[in-house]
Design a protein around this ligand. Structure first.
Ligand SMILES: Cc1ncc(C[n+]2csc(CCOP(=O)(O)OP(=O)(O)O)c2C)c(N)n1
Length: 563
């Protein structure tokens, strides 16, 4: 029996009309009608992931590399369950995703078919919007709404459950491109005036920036504000690149684990301008006001995050427009003596930051030549070997600080996991490579993190994606050991339970070969450059298993001090 145009056709036509070119997915029976119809529609294809978490992570890489919505297909109940960890990260990182999950037939739902369930309830905590489609005719309209919701700040993942019977039924509903919401909106002039007034009273301001700066394209405006008022630019949470890597006022990220260090870092500053960022996002925040008692100006488009926990002068609006107006207002009203004092401060702050960077690199260098090589030396070699036009996915976890010292990549070129769930880096690289075919993509990933979405290597081999992964193999969950020491102290005689990846050690070169990619174990720093250049020249997926040190030994019984 031929039905003609079905709900599955309408589903795919609507995605194509919205410019969706790829669906990252792991298939199941309840999605079969949509999968089957992919071959009948030009302009849309499936990238096959072997786990739903890897599918979501790949779509996140695609969305972040393009700025467009990443489309995902996951299987019913357990498949959606597998996706939830990566979905959590996407929600925390405000990545626009459209996640389609196949549902059982409506007429048998009362029989509780295998794999069925209440998917909207399942997804709701981590989705910006979760909805189950109720009729074939609503498919295009709901998809348009989902794409609008996902891509309107605060962006985020939307989950749509679609019963299989609706995808095989005839559908006449028309398809038109979605209406999106332009958000380059001006803030209330009174709010900008108040922010200007507060900043004019500042002697030593600092900026804290987050994703809204990257997504609104405010990097130049933020740098102009920093230079005008002599302020360092701190990273507010795990975010996209929000500061030009060569910017002299670029400071480190504020602590993402322990909130306790924040007051020490921010001690010298009397006013904070938080721009497009959460205030703040940490694993162990300190109760109270995250940025202390000083005046805070909070700028952005996310009404939930603005002044959420920190009393602030709020400027609601597009970050680029708002910061531009703030710079204009300040410049017009700045007394000459304050302008001179801030300029002097900008020079001093830049010199202090450069000095701190140089000291950190000198400390790294003191460990160069160690055996096994340090992660810092490995990262320095990797960064020096990648092509100038490379994109980098960075899931170096306990080595994030070192990676930041060696990768000097601008906005849209360097991607880190957000949300705190590890294990997305291997698969994010798939989405970045799909977004930028023909460009070099390198992922540098901790050995522990690599194992969660290692199946991405097969996906790359299957789709001819010439990604190069460098895995920092320290044979441990090193960050967990570091966090244990900082949280509970180094207690003599107490082991780190569950944090060693030994007995057996992971052999990533063999694992890569088993999935159709090249695999090479690298033990010497001098091997890294040639290995990376060969891997890119080979134009095929390759995994470098880079053996590094840095593991933490448990404090011996009877010795060592509790820190
Ligand atoms: C989904 C998820 N599971 C577990 C954790 C806990 N966790 C945090 S860091 C980490 C270890 C990461 O190890 P690796 O990638 O090797 O990096 P390293 O710490 O050695 O630098 C783990 C398991 C987490 N954050 N997210």
């Amino acid at each position: 029996m031929t039905v003609g145009r079905t709900g599955a056709d309408a589903f795919l036509e609507q995605l194509i009309a919205a410019g969706v070119r790829w669906i990252f997915g792991n298939p199941g029976t309840t999605e079969q009608a949509v999968l089957d119809k992919i071959q009948d529609h030009d302009g849309i294809d499936l990238v096959v992931a072997l786990h739903e978490g890897a599918a979501v992570a790949a779509a996140e890489g695609y969305a972040r590399a393009t700025g467009a919505v990443g489309a995902v297909l996951v299987h019913a109940g357990p498949g959606l369950g597998n996706a939830l960890g990566a979905l959590y990260n996407a929600r925390a990182g405000q990545t626009p995703l459209l996640v389609y999950v196949g549902q059982a037939e409506r007429r048998t739902f009362y029989l509780e078919p295998t794999l069925s369930g209440d998917f909207t309830a399942f997804a709701a905590p981590w989705a910006k919007w979760a909805y189950e489609i109720r009729s074939t005719e609503e498919i295009p309209a709901v998809l348009r709404r989902a794409l609008k919701v996902a891509s309107t700040p605060p962006r985020g993942p939307v989950v749509l459950s679609v019963p299989i019977d609706l995808t095989v039924a005839p559908c006449e509903a028309a398809v038109v491109p979605p209406s999106l919401v332009p958000t380059a909106v001006r803030p209330d002039p009174a709010a900008v005036a108040e922010a200007t007034r507060i900043l004019l009273g500042a002697r030593a301001p600092a900026l804290v920036v987050g994703d809204g700066v990257a997504s609104s394209g405010a990097i130049a405006e933020v740098a102009a504000l920093a230079r005008l008022c002599g302020a360092p630019i701190f990273g507010g949470s795990m975010s996209q690149v929000c500061v030009d890597p060569e910017e002299p006022l670029r400071a480190a990220r504020l602590p993402a684990v322990e909130g306790a260090g924040v007051e020490k870092i921010l001690g010298p500053y009397d006013v904070i301008v938080a721009i497009g960022t959460k205030v703040l996002q940490q694993i162990f925040p300190v109760p109270g006001q995250p940025l202390g008692a000083r005046p805070v100006i909070h700028i952005g488009l996310d009404p939930w995050e603005l002044a959420k926990s920190q009393p602030s002068a709020v400027v609601f609006g597009d970050e680029r427009v708002a910061v531009g107006e703030l710079v204009e207002g300040l410049s017009a009203q700045l007394p000459p003596d304050r302008r001179a004092a801030w300029a002097e401060r900008a020079t001093a702050v830049a010199a202090a930051l450069a000095g701190a960077r140089e000291r950190a690199i000198a400390a790294d260098r003191a460990g160069f030549g160690a055996s096994p090589m340090t992660a810092e030396q490995a990262l320095a070699e990797i960064a020096a070997a990648i092509p100038a036009d490379a994109y980098v996915v960075d899931e170096t976890i306990s080595n994030y600080g070192a990676a930041a010292r060696y990768f000097h990549l601008g906005a849209g070129r360097w991607f880190r996991g957000r949300g705190g769930g590890v294990g997305v880096g291997m698969a994010m690289a798939v989405g970045v490579q799909v977004a930028h075919p023909g460009r070099p993509v390198l992922a540098v990933v901790g050995d522990g993190s690599a194992m969660y979405s290692l199946t991405a290597v097969w996906t790359a081999a299957h789709h001819d994606l010439p990604i190069v992964w460098a895995i920092l193999n320290n044979r441990s969950y090193r960050l967990l050991k570091q966090n244990t020491v900082s949280y509970r102290g180094a207690v003599p005689g107490r082991a780190f339970v569950g944090a060693d990846l030994t007995g057996p050690e992971l052999d990533f070169a063999s694992l890569a070969k088993g999935m159709g990619a090249q695999g090479l174990r690298v033990t010497e720093p001098g091997q890294i450059g040639p290995a990376i250049r060969n891997a890119f020249a080979g134009r095929a997926p390759a995994v470098l298993d880079v053996v590094v040190g840095g593991d933490l030994a448990p404090p011996p019984a009877g010795g060592g001090a509790r820190s």
